[in-house]
Design a protein. Sequence first.
Length: 172
Amino acid sequence: MSRLFTSSAINGMVLMNRFVRSATWEGMAADDGAVTPKLIDTMVALAKGGVGLIITSHAYVSPEGQATPWQLGIYKDELMEGLRKMTTAVHAEGEKIVVQLAHAGCHAAASLIKMIPLVVSDFEELMKSPWKGISLSDIQDIKIAFSNAARRAKETGFDGIQLHAAHGYLLN
C-alpha cells in the first residue's frame, strides 16, 4: 500500500492519511467573511472524499487585510459560530481542519476595505496604486489581530493555524 494512504502526524496531530488540501480561495463566504452553508458543504465533501488535512482559504484577520470578495473572515467574534459549525462538520467525518490566517497588506482590495492598503516597504509595483506606509501603531494593531484570530481558531475547534506569508502579503 502506498504511504499516501497511511496515517501520519504533524506535531502530535494525527492524520488518517497524507492527503492535504492546501489553502485555496473558494469565494464562498458571505460578504462579511462569514461561513456559509455552501462553504461547509465544500469542506465536508473534501473530508468525505478522504482528504486527511483540510487547510481553509486565507482568512483575513482584520477588515483592512481583506484581499478578495467572499473571502473567509476570522476578524471578529461574531464570525465564530459559523467557523465552529464548519470545524464540527469536518470533524464529524473524522478529518482535521486548519485555518490559514492572512493580512493582504498592499494587496488588500481598496474597494472592499474602503481605505488605502498598508505597505511595509516601497517597491516598483506600488507605483500603480495608492498605498500607506505602515506605522508602529499599525504593526501593534496587526499583531493583536493575528493573536485574536488565532484565539478564535482555537476556540472554534480548528486543529491548527497556518500563517500566510507569501505572494507579497503583509507577513511576506
